[in-house]
Write a protein that binds this ligand. Structure first.
Ligand SMILES: Nc1nc2c(ncn2[C@@H]2O[C@H](COP(=O)(O)OP(=O)(O)OP(=O)(O)O)[C@@H](O)[C@H]2O)c(=O)[nH]1
Length: 193
């Protein structure tokens, strides 16, 4: 029996150096490079995982966090089903930048985009500047998925992508149902499947 394939376009946003590329690298290749270079423009990767008898194909756009690339971001978040906004738990300023990304997505992003907030580098607890509870409360207030992650130690990376996929699912099923109804109407039937 064939499996259903679901495609999900995901973009990563957040200040430079918070670990966006490292998160993608950990998810796609299950590896970590402490000397990874800053992203130029954006990079694209895909990964397909099997989850509950379905194949979930993630189409991942990793954007560059450096200010000079900021204007490019809309090209990547437009049309995305989900956005992972990353901050660094050891840099309070990166959490403020995250809030600006949330505002921008609300104003200019797709209306039903699933937002996930990742407090990355949670292996560096001694240098923590952002309290987990504060970030979680903020994420709850905007109905976002929230994890503290470590690309270095492979904490909550796979889990976050699966959660994003689960959150996106009802919307996608709803869309499919609407498509079916439209097709039935075109075909002259008034009974939706
Ligand atoms: N300790 C620790 N370091 C990390 C972690 N994730 C990333 N880093 C390090 O943080 C630095 C920046 O990581 P990147 O993945 O390049 O960050 P980025 O957000 O993609 O940066 P830009 O491409 O400039 O936007 C690198 O030295 C990484 O090795 C983590 O979970 N823990």
């Amino acid at each position: 029996m064939g499996m259903t394939l679901r495609e999900l376009k995901v973009c990563l946003l957040g200040e430079t150096g918070v670990g966006k590329s490292s998160i993608v690298w950990r998810f796609v290749e299950d590896s970590f490079d402490p000397n990874i270079n800053p992203t130029i423009g954006a990079s694209f990767m895909t990964k397909t995982v099997q989850y509950q008898n379905e194949l979930h194909k993630f189409l991942i756009w990793d954007t560059a966090g450096q200010e000079r690339f900021r204007a490019l971001a809309p090209m990547y978040y437009r049309g995305s089903a989900a956005a992972i906004i990353v901050y660094d738990i050891t840099k309070e300023e990166s959490f403020q930048t995250l809030k600006n990304w949330v505002k921008e997505l609300r104003q200019h992003g797709p209306p039903n985009i699933v937002v996930a907030i990742a407090g990355n580098k949670c292996d560096l607890t001694d240098a923590r500047e952002v309290q987990e509870k504060d970030a979680k409360d903020y994420a709850d207030s905007i109905h976002a998925v929230f994890v503290e992650s470590s690309a270095k130690n492979a904490i909550n990376i796979n889990e976050m992508f699966i959660e994003i996929s689960e959150c996106s699912e009802p919307h996608r099923l709803l869309l499919r149902r609407q498509c079916c109804q439209i097709l039935c109407l075109i075909g002259g039937s008034n009974t939706a499947p």
